[in-house]
Design a binder for this molecule. Structure first.
Ligand SMILES: [Zn+2]
Length: 256
């Protein structure tokens, strides 16, 4: 038996309501995985920087070791020169050794200065490292919370989602194939996923452009499928303005 336009409209509008609820589930879930991913990337970036800080500190520590070796070498040389100085044969030899001693003394001063500088660099890096690891700990806490939230939402909505998918299966069978096709096409092009809307307060519920009174009267009659002149969405009916939105929402939830 061929269904009436009114029945067709009711069936397609029912499909739209189910799809809108599925869209809402996907939307809520869709934001969280991205946020989790962003945090994981952020933390991975901090880990890389932390490793670099550690390598920098190791580098400075190796510098200090090398400068300490240099000082020891200079001290050995100084000892050797001082012994040689005891046995010089003339002033020229004595002066030459004195110059060497001064040179080694200078070497020691330079190494000591470098050691002090490296020490300051190590302290600074350690402070940076601590700051970064504290930040990392905070972000890790955020990540743990988000992950928990996501798994809760997923587990909560999984049941509802499969229920809706089953409902959708039934609902779409009540709509003729040709109409499902155009519905799917309109929905794909609509940013808010709405292909079937009601006229609300004299305007299209999809694009909010005014629907002329005569057209509204035609929609109420439900003799033929009428689409919005502006956005092409199917206009399923005209909502009366006597009810407020919350009452309507309650009624809709009860029905679904
Ligand atoms: Zn419209």
């Amino acid at each position: 038996m061929e269904s009436t336009v009114a029945q067709k409209l009711e069936a397609i509008y029912n499909l739209q309501l189910i799809d809108s609820r599925l869209d809402a589930i996907v939307k809520v879930r869709g934001a969280l995985p991205e946020e989790v991913q962003d945090l994981e990337d952020e933390i991975a970036g901090y880990e890389t920087r932390l490793e670099k800080f550690k390598r920098d500190i190791e580098g400075f520590e190796e510098d200090i070791k090398r400068y300490k070796e240099n000082i020891k070498d200079s001290e050995k040389l100084i000892k050797k020169y001082q012994e040689q100085q005891m046995n010089v044969r003339n002033n020229r030899e004595y002066d030459a050794i004195t110059k060497e001693l001064e040179l080694q003394d200078l070497e020691i001063q330079v190494s000591k200065k470098k050691i002090a500088e490296a020490g300051v660099k190590i302290d600074n890096k350690k402070a940076d490292l601590e700051e970064l690891s504290n930040l990392m700990k905070d972000r890790q806490k955020d990540l743990d919370l988000k992950k928990e939230e996501l798994s809760t939402i997923v587990s909560e909505s999984e049941a509802e989602e499969s229920k809706l998918i089953a409902e959708r299966e039934k609902a779409s069978k009540k709509v003729e194939e040709r109409l499902v096709k155009s519905y799917t096409k309109i929905r794909a092009n609509a940013k808010n996923g709405l292909a079937v809307v009601m006229v609300k307060r004299g305007a299209c519920g999809g694009c909010f452009n005014t629907v002329p009174p005569q057209r509204q009267a035609d929609i109420r009659e439900k003799k033929k499928l009428i689409v919005c002149e502006h956005c092409g969405r199917i206009l399923a009916g005209v909502e009366d303005e006597v009810e407020d939105d919350s009452a309507k929402a309650k009624r809709r939830t009860a029905k679904a």
